[in-house]
Design a protein around this ligand. Structure first.
Ligand code: ADP
Ligand code: MG
Length: 250
């Protein structure tokens, strides 16, 4: 799904990424952990094609992204990559529903279909009654769930999340984390999540440790199956049928 080969990046004389090699498979929830300044955000931005490496190759969903023109790259990012940031970054003058629809509009999806997808996602996020509220009228947890819905509206190959629960209290944190695994289980959605949260990192399929621009270890969960079972058991029962999203993905 994602292949990174020998990615390096410097800002002036500061070398931030020192030759990163990484493969991420479809349906994996991968966490990246490490001290502040290790280069995690830089790596995620490069993975998301928001920034360019100095050297190395990035292949996402079979596409070598360096081969795309600026315009094609913007299209590719809109279609194939979803982003969730620490602070929701929703547009304040638009409602929750509209915020979710915007990437679909940018991708050329018609109003009716964009609204159908956004409504379905809001239902999945248990936010139907918040559809017409603006971000300032939503709680922190609600805003972050809207941000996740927005990341999903174009059925991306991967969702990249940078400290997504960093600004949430523990209950909202747990709810958001459960949502990631729920989406993985139902839609085979791939996630790469930079986090300081140890409980989230311990739940993910793989935890990648990053120190000083290098990946120092890559632990696959030894008991992946039992963890998956645990997250499935904890998940709320399905509130809607995700088949339509699944069908369109194929
Ligand atoms: P992390 O997310 O692990 O805390 P970052 O990737 O944000 O680390 O930053 C890694 C290092 O690169 C830090 O020393 C940071 O100050 C520096 N850095 C990040 N972005 C820039 C930039 N645009 N210009 C200069 N230095 C940067
Ligand atoms: Mg960071």
């Amino acid at each position: 799904m994602i292949q990174l080969r020998n990615i390096t990046k410097s800002f002036g004389s500061l070398q931030v990424l020192r030759g990163i090699d990484l493969d991420i498979n479809q349906g994996e929830v991968v966490s990246i952990v490490g001290p502040s300044g290790a280069g995690k955000t830089t790596l995620l931005q490069i993975m998301g094609t928001l920034d360019q490496p100095d050297t190395g190759q990035i292949i996402i969903d079979g596409q070598d992204v360096s081969k795309l023109s600026r315009k094609k790259l913007a299209q590719f990012r809109n279609q194939r990559i979803g982003f969730v940031f620490q602070f929701h970054q929703l547009l304040p003058e638009f409602t929750a529903l509209e915020n979710i629809m915007i990437p679909a509009f940018i991708g050329g999806i018609g109003r009716k279909e964009a609204q159908r997808r956004a409504t379905e996602l809001l239902e999945f996020m248990k936010l139907t009654d918040r559809a017409d509220h603006k971000p300032s009228e939503l709680s922190g947890g609600e805003k972050q769930r809207v941000a996740v819905a927005r990341a999903l509206v174009n059925h991306p190959a991967v969702v990249l999340a940078d400290e997504p629960s960093g600004s949430l209290d523990s209950q909202n944190k747990d709810e958001l984390h459960r949502l990631f695994f729920d989406l993985r289980d139902r839609l085979k959605q791939t996630f790469v999540i930079v986090t300081h949260d140890e409980s989230l990192a311990s739940m993910t399929d793989r935890t990648i440790h990053m120190v000083d621009g290098c990946l120092t270890s890559d632990e696959s969960s030894e008991s992946l199956l039992s963890k998956k079972d645990a997250t499935t058991m904890n998940s709320p029962s399905p509130s809607f049928n995700t088949n339509s999203i699944q069908d369109e993905k194929q």
